[in-house]
Design a protein around this ligand. Structure first.
Ligand code: BEZ
Length: 252
């Protein structure tokens, strides 16, 4: 999915993405000095964290907006621009790491992406990642779907959120052995009173391209936010109903 990112707003208002990513990085147990690819590095915050853990890390992302920010913020790190579904590396790495990226890739392109990961790893290299899993944001997308329908539009959920079984099979098809897999709920606090509306503005873009009347876009968002309030607004705070899929696999 090609999206033009507001890298500044993303970094300021959605910093929980890389803060939660620190836990995912803990799964990497190759030693200091190991080479690591941060696949879909975004603003580079986790690339920096990986370097601080002692890895020789390279960040890779397709977004020019994110890469510009990553290079400016961390000029000491190495970043390359490439697409996760078609990249190749000159030298294989000890580990591929990825946080909150793979759900953006269409289901039909996942096998190609996992093949690239398999090729990029040295023998026995590690693959550690987290993405949105089955049931992720089900309430948010459910209310958006209803609001779209009320205004005469159909809502196509723009993400891929697989179950453990489905995704583990795909990872194994790419020549990797899954040793750890978990699917868990992680309600995630959003920033401020406009948190849910901001989340929808930042992350749910493509479905709104089909909404021809600008006033309908606004009305749909307001309608969905109000319908979500009784379930996802608690004690003065908005929470997104995240479900994470986390895995660790090794190249056979
Ligand atoms: C996620 O990290 O699960 C996610 C983030 C934005 C949109 C959809 C999913």
């Amino acid at each position: 999915m090609n999206i033009t990112w507001d890298a500044g707003k993303y970094t300021e208002d959605f910093s929980f993405v890389h803060r939660y990513g620190n836990d995912v990085a803990e799964l990497l147990d190759c030693g200091a000095g190991s080479t690591v690819l941060d696949l879909g590095c975004g603003n580079g915050a986790l690339t920096k964290r990986l370097q601080e853990k002692g890895f020789l890390v390279t960040g890779m992302d397709a977004s020019p907006e994110f890469l510009a920010m990553a290079k400016e913020t961390y000029p000491e790190l190495s970043f390359i621009q490439a697409d996760a579904v078609s990249f190749s590396l000159e030298e294989p790495v000890d580990a591929v790491f990825s946080n909150a990226v793979f759900h953006w890739i269409e289901k039909e392109k996942q096998a190609a992406m996992l093949e690239c990961v398999g090729r990029a790893l040295r023998e026995k290299g590690q693959f550690v990642f987290e993405m949105g899993g089955a049931g992720n944001n089900v309430r948010i997308h459910g209310e958006l779907e209803k609001a779209f329908a009320e205004y005469g539009y159909s809502y196509k959920m723009p993400f891929y959120f697989p179950s453990i079984g489905e995704y583990a099979s795909m990872v194994e098809e790419a020549g990797l052995q899954v040793r750890y897999a978990v699917l868990f709920e992680r309600p995630t606090e959003l920033k401020g009173d406009g948190g849910m509306r901001d989340w929808i503005d930042m992350f749910v873009r493509t479905p709104f391209e089909a909404v021809s009347a600008p006033e309908h876009r606004e009305a749909i968002k307001s309608r969905a936010v109000e319908a979500l309030r009784p379930v996802l607004y608690k004690d003065g705070k908005w929470y997104a109903d995240y479900v994470r899929l986390r895995m660790k696999a090794y190249k056979r």
